[in-house]
Design a protein around this ligand. Structure first.
Ligand SMILES: NC(=O)c1ccc[n+]([C@@H]2O[C@H](COP(=O)([O-])OP(=O)(O)OC[C@H]3O[C@@H](n4cnc5c(N)ncnc54)[C@H](OP(=O)(O)O)[C@@H]3O)[C@@H](O)[C@H]2O)c1
Length: 291
């Protein structure tokens, strides 16, 4: 059994994927803008992830922009039938590296075509609508125009499955009235647990929940309690943080990001880490303290 498959699978769209996936955002240059310093190293990370059994990659054409999609294409095209590449639309990048909403039907269609072209495919496996009502976190508001525009592109055969990012449960329900929702990708980790109820609601609906910033993102997770559990289990804090997410709910799919082969290997090995009851209690208390 390969490392990634050790964590089991959960359905994403029409097929199950390994619960340990990989997020490509860290492969772009600093501030997710421009090319990486060492493109060959980025290609090596992508190839090793897939060779280790990862069959779920997360990307977007606004990483770079275009950079991570082009790296994925260079590393892995032609893609295995079993590889699920999830991309997202709804933002664009300014010349100053800013992140700007790009949510009109024309902008969404253009983003879908950019993703198709740069990934080198005729159909995108999964497209998440990245909501920008509040760029920093889910905020209520109708998503009917944006999601309808993407559903039309799906009906035209350009997209297999749709998802949402930075979304509330009310928006998931609104979207499901327009088209099926395969996954929700929101900010969540051991410390940032605002989505606890959403994860459980999605689990009941059989919808995958994909936490972004699973390791804390640009501010890596740090906690004495996390370090203590890691020491006792002879693991690293990041491995424990990933193992906790895997234990959190069967519908949680992981996409930790790294530009480092050593970190990739460490993260994949987290699938073999068993958290005992005292560890789960200590880790649960970290998030509870922040609520
Ligand atoms: N939908 C959205 O709005 C949204 C927003 C952000 C991200 N995402 C997606 O979510 C994915 C994951 O998020 P993320 O990459 O931003 O954050 P993350 O996975 O929480 O953390 C990545 C950071 O942790 C470091 N890291 C990774 N493995 C490590 C390890 N074993 N030990 C120590 N440090 C480690 C990485 O540095 P090194 O490169 O040095 O390992 C990087 O700085 C992204 O790749 C992207 O696809 C989506």
């Amino acid at each position: 059994m390969s490392l990634a498959t050790h964590a089991g699978t959960f359905r994403l769209g029409h097929r199950p994927v390994t619960r340990m996936g990989y997020g490509a955002m860290q492969l772009a240059g600093p501030a997710v803008f421009g090319p990486p310093k060492d493109p060959a190293a980025a290609v090596a990370v992508l190839r090793e992830a897939v060779a280790s059994g990862v069959d779920h990659l997360d990307t977007s054409d606004f990483y770079g922009p275009h950079v991570t999609n082009l790296l994925i294409r260079e590393a892995l095209h032609p893609y295995a039938d079993t590889l699920c590449i999830v991309t997202k639309v709804g933002a664009s990048r300014g010349d100053d590296a800013s992140w700007n909403p790009a949510q009109t039907p024309a902008q969404l269609a253009s983003a879908v075509h950019d993703n198709l072209r740069h990934l080198g495919v005729d159909v995108l496996d999964v497209v998440n609508l990245r909501l920008m009502i509040d760029v920093h976190g889910p905020a209520e508001g109708s998503i009917e125009p944006q999601f309808t525009a993407l559903a039309e592109l799906q009906q035209r055969g350009l997209i297999r499955h749709l998802g949402l990012s930075n979304a509330t449960l009310a928006q998931v329900h609104e979207a499901r009235g327009i088209a099926e929702v395969a996954c929700v990708q929101n900010h969540y980790n051991l410390v940032h647990r605002a989505d606890d109820a959403l994860i459980d609601a999605l689990a009941a609906l059989g919808i995958a929940y994909v936490p972004f910033f699973p390791l804390g993102g640009f501010t890596p997770l740090q906690s004495d309690a996390l370090s203590a559990v890691a020491r006792r289990l002879d693991a690293t804090p990041m491995q424990v943080a990933l193992a906790w997410l895997l234990a959190r709910s069967p519908n949680v799919l992981l996409i930790p990001g790294t530009a480092s082969l050593a970190h990739l290997r460490e993260n994949l090995a987290a699938t073999a880490l068993e958290l005992d009851e005292p560890a789960m209690q200590a880790l649960d208390a970290i998030g509870a303290a922040g609520r």
